[in-house]
Design a binder for this molecule. Sequence first.
Ligand code: UD1
Ligand code: UDP
Length: 418
Amino acid sequence: MPLRIASIVGARPNFIKVAPIYKALKGYAEHEIIHTGQHYDFGLSKIFFKEFDLPDPDFNLEVGSGLPGYQIGEMTKKLEHVLLNHSDPDQTKKGTLGSKNRNKHARVEKSKPKYDLVLVYGDTNSTLAGALSAFKTGIKVGHIESGLRSFDRRMPEEINRILTDQLSEYHFASTKTAMANLKKEHVYGKNKFTGDLSVEVVGEASKISIRKSKVLRRLGLDPKSFILFTMHREENTTSAKILASIIESFELISKKSDSGKGQSINRFIVYPIHPGTKKKFKESGLYERLEKCPNLILMDPVGYIDFIQLIHNASKVMTDSGGVQKEAYILGVPCITIRENTEWIETVEEGWNRLVSVNPSKIAEYALKWKPTIHSKSRINSDNSYSTSEYNSGKLKQIFGTGNTSSLIREFIISLYK
Ligand code: UD1
Ligand code: UDP
């Protein structure tokens, strides 16, 4: 019988990570994708399935937004039905466990798991719910991006990572530090250093981006004329004071770059705003002030192909995203991380990433003046194509491996079930 694998995903970064794994497992295993429905807007979900040529998910649990208890609770409840191959599609879809369904639920408990292995990705609520449901239904779990730690237990993602690692049997570590963390914590199971999937994902997307993305033209931007900004993390979006400080940083950057002579390389700030953060700005009564920031290009989230073109052509990236810190490193673009810590510590140690807390004058200073300790020439080739050759050639230390992560994960899995 072929190996049966389910990937449980639900949020933007999960979709980007499942893409190379889906390709790598094709022909080697029966592989189904279960979408929890944590992200549901086209620009946060479906666009990635289209761009990465992924099939529609085999299941969409349509859980949606809510407090963590609701979200994780609904996910685990519904996932259990899918993982146990419950025969009632209505119950799987709606996940109702009211009195009407109690007998059906009793039947479910006797079912056998449908999969040999569940794969979960990163650190979202969908990751944790996926690992918990698989563990409780007797399915072994493989955690991709295992062992990462920011050592900041206030972060929902940190708790998700720790718990997911505890529930997983197989740990695929993206970095040497992640590998060392797993050993230090004596986490149960097998650990494997695989490097990070983003090396191959960025490599592939860059090739497509050069041919297809029109985002710079659409926005009327010259290469290296803007800072790319993203921010959505809970620690930065739950306080109106922090949101106001971010606006103040933008105002300062704009004032200072306009007072410089000639065309400033940081003339614009491009901000594809996460819908959750937009809501927070609106609820704090700050959205109008944000929109009025001079030189700020505020836009809806873009797909991956456009986003890679934006990173490539940015003079700097400012972010609190985990994925964006890695992508900036791989593409050799200086990164300012608006956080007090990072799980991608090697990017800081290598001099390409700088942690800055939410202090408007500090953010403006770093945005305008800071340069990485290691300089890199432009990533634009003479024929105007993009390349990740500086990372791939080892000019930048290959902290995320050499771009063979998906095949290393596949080979590891296959060796387990031989
Ligand atoms: C989640 C992850 C975070 C990840 C991010 C990627 C957790 C705990 N957090 O954060 O690690 O970096 O995804 O983008 O899992 N919303 C929409 N449309 C959507 C989805 C969400 O408008 O399609 C809005 C809703 O108002 C929702 C808010 O965004 O309440 C937050 O969404 P949620 O999925 O809870 O967390 P993210 O902030 O997206
Ligand atoms: N991303 C994107 N479009 C956007 C913003 C981000 O495609 O408008 C990509 C980005 O390349 C990153 C991925 O989404 O790798 C996930 O990033 P996000 O910041 O949402 O989550 P995190 O990595 O912090 O968990």
